[in-house]
Design a protein around this ligand. Sequence first.
Ligand SMILES: [Fe+2]
Ligand SMILES: [Fe+2]
Length: 232
Amino acid sequence: MNNEAQTPIPMSFAILRNTHEVFRSSISLMSDMLERGELHKFRQEWGNYQRCRRTHLSMEDGAVFPLLDEIGSGAISEAGLAQEHVVDLQNAERVGNASTSEETAQAFETWKKHQLEHLAHEEKVMGPLTMKTSATPEGRGQVVHDTLLLPALEHGDFDWYLAFTIERLTAFGTTNQPPNVAVRVYAWGLQHAATPAEWSEWKEIVRSNTSEEIWDEMVTQFQIDGDGKIKD
Ligand SMILES: [Fe+2]
Ligand SMILES: [Fe+2]
């Protein structure tokens, strides 16, 4: 097993995993906003969340879910992950339609509980299966490109999604990773799932949404300013 602290390997599926961490930090921001009665700020952040989530869903439903279902002999269907998305969107609609602070807070609590459980459930079910998609980090980079990134690009909001994700990982890191590690794990994984043409655009989005310090560290230690690693 890879010991990330000692011998980092590029992990392209971290694109999904670290986006979950962006969701968690956003949920915590929104909880604080509601507690302080900042409904206007809450609605802005709610809009960010749902926008980021739509790109994330384009990587899962009809994209990586069918592949992992096949590899895991129906494990994704059995876990009901796609059905959890349906419930999530129903719960989210109630938050979006709430008019008063009280209604919003109540709908948000219901949505939040289900959403946090969903993120953890996916990590538990999907994590081991992602490692079975290919024996090498390079092979998994290709799978992530073809199975996650192409549908996300077709969805059409990838640049905004990438900017938002990098900005939030830079600001908050993840539960287990300080910001420099959180950004590097995501960006390095993305570089290994990108063609040279794609990476030449995406690395500029990474650079302009992280700190100079983190960018410099990624350049020195991980050649993040080099080419995308998969074939055009
Ligand atoms: Fe999901
Ligand atoms: Fe997810």
